[in-house]
Design a protein around this ligand. Structure first.
Ligand SMILES: [Zn+2]
Length: 427
């Protein structure tokens, strides 16, 4: 049992080029450790660090003395690979005792191994002077992909989890199809989906952990499309692009009256009238009285009213749980009322100084599910079209082709082009 356990550890050792310091030693240390294990008298005990029990406590519970536990744990900490103060709760820890030294109840702690993360295994072995020497065994991580496709039977998340994906993949998937509010809660049975996500494996192909969703296609009752994850080299901003290399359009604007100067940003500030520190829940744009104020995105007018602080104000409810508010207006746009649908860019009112305002400006708020967000830093899709930059576009198509191959889509970029050329032209 012990030997099998150690063999499992040993197999994670990366074949080490000698120029890499540490790893050669680790492999050698593991070999030495294995060959020196007393064959019959080694006991292996497994424990787990919890919020209430630090690594040293766990070792003591498993049978180590206070001194042994502390010596082993401080040696493990010196690697810098485990938390300085305490190990992450949930970290599994294996202690090896030499029972031939059994003295009353106390067997000698001869080694401790832990896996502080997916990549590293630490092995602390007892030395002749009773100190512990730590070897770091690093698995080489390979990124691979996994595809899950089919029909929703219960919920999208169930289907993805059954395919060894996770809840985060389901959430990322649903966020790509915001026109379908039901998808976030699972979608409908019968709707078709296709997902590809990254997985990390060691060099022997053993699964280590799930990575990001890289492809999502959906064919549902109210929403459909295909999205490919890509990180443009110039901005480094990861987004999902459609098959033509176009990112989703921003569904809200940061600038409902165009690019005008900002008087006051979002965040803590001293109120200009009361002098008290408070959260400024929006952005103040400086503009002349009467400047048209436009809906930040498609939505439904939730309220149009006058209140002491906001003065004349409009609230719009948008998709994805977003809401916007426009305050201190001098007037509402004629003909609109609560309950009306508006499109992004429709004029809804005019800049003014009603309510508690020191001068004409627009106070613009964005909320999501009741939480105030900073309109300037809010993560919005860019609407970017990669096809306008040949270098980026080629890179994107290459990555897309890889994902398409994984999906079993046999259309190569050249064939796709040929298909386009020969496609029947509809008059
Ligand atoms: Zn304001």
């Amino acid at each position: 049992m012990v030997i099998l356990g150690m063999l499992g550890l040993f197999l994670l050792v990366r074949p080490t080029p000698p120029e890499e310091p540490g790893n050669g030693n680790a492999a050698q240390a593991m070999l030495d450790f294995r060959s020196n294990l007393p064959e019959t008298s080694t006991a292996q005990k497994i424990g787990q660090v919890t919020a209430g029990a630090a690594a040293a406590d766990v070792l003591e519970v498993l049978g180590a003395s206070v001194e042994e536990a502390e010596a082993a744990v401080s040696a493990l900490r010196e690697t810098g690979l485990v938390d300085r103060k305490r190990m992450r709760p949930g970290t599994a820890l294996t202690a090896y005792f030499d029972e031939s030294t059994l003295d009353g109840d106390a067997a000698r702690l001869i080694a401790v191994s832990i896996k502080p993360d997916k990549k590293n295994t630490l092995l602390a072995t007892r030395q002749a002077d009773d100190s512990f020497f730590v070897s770091v065994l690093t698995a080489r991580i390979m990124t691979s992909h996994r595809r899950v496709a089919g029909t929703i039977k219960t919920r999208l998340a169930d289907a993805l989890i059954e395919g060894k994906g996770n809840q985060a993949h389901a959430a990322a998937f649903a966020a790509l199809f915001p026109d379908d509010p039901d998808l976030a809660s699972g979608g409908r049975p019968g709707e078709r989906f296709d997902a590809v996500f990254e997985i990390a494996e060691d060099e022997r192909g053993n699964f280590l952990e799930n990575g990001d969703l890289v492809f999502a296609a959906f064919n549902g009752e109210t929403s459909r499309g295909s999205w490919y994850r890509y990180t443009p080299g110039d901005t480094g901003r990861t987004e999902f692009f459609d098959a033509d290399g176009v990112a989703a359009q921003p569904f809200l604007t940061r600038y409902p009256i165009g690019h005008v100067p900002i008087n006051s940003g979002f965040g803590q500030r001293y109120h200009p009238l009361t002098g008290q520190l408070h959260l400024h829940t929006g952005v103040d744009f400086r503009a002349r009285r009467g400047t048209p104020v436009r809906a930040g995105g498609d939505g439904v007018i939730e309220r149009m009213e006058f209140s002491d602080g906001y003065g004349r104000n409009v609230r719009i409810q948008h998709k994805r749980g977003y809401g916007t508010l426009y305050a201190h207006l001098s007037g509402f746009a004629p003909g609109i009322k609560a309950g009306d649908s508006v499109r992004k860019g429709d004029v809804i009112g005019y800049v003014g100084d009603t309510g508690s305002a020191t001068g004409a400006h627009l106070h613009y708020e964005i909320r999501r599910n009741g939480r105030y967000l900073n309109p300037m830093t809010l993560d919005l899709p860019s609407g970017r079209n990669l096809a306008t930059q040949p270098g980026e576009y080629a890179e994107f198509l290459a990555q897309k082709a890889k994902i398409d191959v994984l999906r079993g889509a046999t259309v190569s970029p050249t064939m796709a082009a040929a298909t386009l050329v020969t496609a029947p032209v509809t008059p």
